[in-house]
Design a protein around this ligand. Structure first.
Ligand SMILES: Cc1cc2nc3c(=O)[nH]c(=O)nc-3n(C[C@H](O)[C@H](O)[C@H](O)COP(=O)(O)O)c2cc1C
Length: 194
């Protein structure tokens, strides 16, 4: 079923924004480097405070020598589906400028980069699902993340597969979800009561 059967925006936005959704069912097929590079290139053009570009990405392709150590970071629930992704990407962010002052918006800016990545990947015919459920401390060690970088998320990336390929508990969840209306999170002049 097309995404448009589940998601109807209230205003005439570009379809890209609703077409980006996060399946869990992936084919596990090999991902071309060019697809990953497209995503990273889109991330590169995200805005950031003082143009510090604090994002860092460390990836592992399925069947590569680093795959088991990446997949081993996932919590038990996420391991059930993310093991079929074609790549896992660790998203990190630098927490200090060259002069040692803190980059107060490192996570915010890196979130913008992740969004660019996710949307570009959809345009290339692939999908992503962000993962916060993993061992952040182990990721720091396994990936050799320096002290002045924060571990943000993992991204699973793959070609969408049929929901039937998922374990039972995820099968019924494999549908694009909805969103709150603008009135629930936008107000003019002061913080409004939704
Ligand atoms: C920071 C972050 C962490 C997330 N962590 C997980 C996770 O650990 N496991 C999971 O299955 N989905 C995870 N998700 C996916 C969200 O549940 C999903 O993006 C959300 O329900 C909105 O759905 P959509 O991406 O299909 O629009 C995460 C998403 C984000 C942005």
């Amino acid at each position: 079923m097309p995404v448009s059967a589940h998601r109807r925006p209230d205003r005439a936005i570009d379809p890209l924004f609703v077409n980006r959704w996060s399946p869990r069912a992936y084919s596990g097929e090999e991902i071309p480097d060019a697809v990953l590079e497209l995503g990273f290139e889109a991330a590169r053009w995200a805005p950031s405070a003082r143009n510090a570009q604090p994002w860092r990405f460390v990836y592992s392709k399925r069947h590569s020598s680093s795959w088991e150590s990446f997949a081993g970071l996932l919590n038990a629930r996420n391991r059930q589906w993310a093991g079929n992704a074609s790549a896992l990407v660790a998203v990190l962010s630098r927490t200090t400028h060259d002069d040692g002052t803190p980059i107060l918006t490192h996570s915010f800016d890196t979130g913008a980069a992740w969004a660019n990545f996710a949307h570009q990947v959809v345009l290339a015919g692939w999908h992503t699902r962000a993962i916060g459920g993993f061992d952040h401390a182990a990721a720091r060690t396994v990936l050799g993340v320096p002290e002045d970088h924060a571990v943000e998320i993992l991204i699973a990336i793959g070609r969408q597969a049929a929901a039937e390929t998922l374990p039972d508990e995820f099968r019924t969840l494999e549908t694009p979800n909805g969103r709150r209306p603008l009135s629930a999170f936008v107000s003019e002049g002061a913080f409004g009561t939704p």
